[in-house]
Design a protein around this ligand. Structure first.
Ligand code: ZN
Length: 224
């Protein structure tokens, strides 16, 4: 096992792109893995490829489309309208059951093949959208399970777990990739690159975070 290398679960969105550059700062060699899981916007994967190339990171794209068809959700089912808000006491229909469980389990097998024990994922509990597999307890539990499953010493890293979207933009800026992330990534549920469609929940969260960060930065600038 090479303890200086890392594998990033990479979707080409704001969060995982920030994690990709975070990993480049902290590890010697960085690999990335992207998943085709039946998402409506396969453009995500093209953008992920382009960003990985710019970052000089080797990317493996895996087709795991069966995940999207196991449970009904609006990210993979074109006939379903997307929930704009989180319904009371339930998950938004953008929840893909088991997605992070599958992704991280497959990533761990890939990491093992590569001889890498650090795995990085962009999940966050702070801007918790009702997804249970973005929570810290799930990640910690899965880390133990993966180690037991393969008798390895994987370390799951979640640099965004306790920071909000404004702080994620701050981290991107600190890593020198704010403009790249703003322009080249896709977070929008309607498949619009960069600043997105502007009204889906993912765009709203991303824009509000950016506005808050830029306002904070401007205010700080006034004090210098
Ligand atoms: Zn959008």
């Amino acid at each position: 096992m090479n303890k200086n290398d890392a594998l990033v679960v990479f979707s080409g969105g704001q969060d995982s792109t920030t994690c990709l550059f975070w990993a480049k700062k902290h590890f010697r060699k960085v690999y990335a893995v992207s998943f085709i899981y039946g998402q409506k916007h396969v453009k995500e994967v093209e953008l992920a490829r382009a960003i990985a190339e710019k970052a000089g990171v080797e990317l493996k794209v895996m087709d795991v489309s069966f995940i999207g068809s196991l449970g009904r959700n609006s990210l993979t089912d074109p006939s379903m309208a997307m929930d704009r808000e989180q319904p009371d006491g339930g998950f938004p229909n953008t929840f893909v059951p088991g997605r992070n469980l599958f992704f991280l389990s497959i990533a761990a097998v890939c990491a093992r093949e590569l001889g890498v024990n650090h795995i990085v994922t962009g999940v966050s509990q702070t801007d918790f959208s009702g997804y249970p597999d973005c929570r810290d307890a799930f990640i910690k539990s899965l880390n133990v399970t993966l180690n037991l499953a393969m008798d390895e010493q994987f370390v799951l890293h979640t640099p965004l777990m306790w920071i909000d979207k404004a702080e994620t933009w701050a981290l991107a800026d600190e890593l020198g990739v704010l403009d790249l992330i703003r322009r080249d990534t896709l977070t929008c549920y309607n498949g619009v690159q960069g600043d997105g469609c502007g009204h889906c929940p993912a765009c709203k969260l991303r824009r509000e975070g950016l506005e808050r960060y830029l306002a904070m930065k401007a205010e700080k600038g006034n004090w210098l």
